[in-house]
Design a protein around this ligand. Sequence first.
Ligand code: ADE
Length: 238
Amino acid sequence: MRIDVVTIFPEFFGVLDISLLGRARQAGILEVVAHDLRSHTHDRHRTVDDTPYGGGAGMVMKPEPWGEAFDELLGGTPAHDPGTVVLFPSPAGQLFTQAMAHELAAKQHLVIGCGRYEGIDQRVFDEVAERVEVRLVSLGDYVLNGGEVAAMAMIEAIGRLIPGVVGNPESLVEESHEDGLLEYPSYTKPAVWREREVPPVLLSGNHAAIAAWRREQQVERTRRVRPELLAEDDDSTD
Ligand code: ADE
């Protein structure tokens, strides 16, 4: 998969060279390239924003640099190519979920446009949407200063689902959100630490009992911490 990121802070994405995704990049499984939006400006100040039509606080990102960036990045892409999706991190977007991460991990090409200030001129979304699928995606119900941190989170969540990125694919199966529930608590050696014991069932060697205990813990934790997840999928409580 290739991920192109358009941002005014391309250096922000340098941290992708380290850790799990860094190795995936080196192995050629995942390529992530950050592009400087300002390279598509043509004035002395390399201006990317301007005051909003209609008034109001803050600045809006100008359409021209974005238009040029997408012309370059989507230039060779057939119209409505099903393997290409353009994502714009935005608090006004649909919620980014594990299900969406799976869906996006199956694509060949993602372009992530990181907005700053009060957002990007709406015509950029409208124009790009005529070429390929566009999604505004929110990390959650809070506001970040820009799309970069959200883009990093999405790249990590999507990247680790690409086959070969995580060494042991089984470790992806029993995680929070994979089955609509939060994950069960985990323990390792020693069996007693500061007088705290590991739940005896985990030492029993009884695989069926362990699986049942873990399921119970998942349901109990989900009910306590994120009850709305159970309400969305009543079958998972059975
Ligand atoms: N940009 C600003 N806030 C955001 C959020 N909550 N999610 C995604 N992108 C954002």
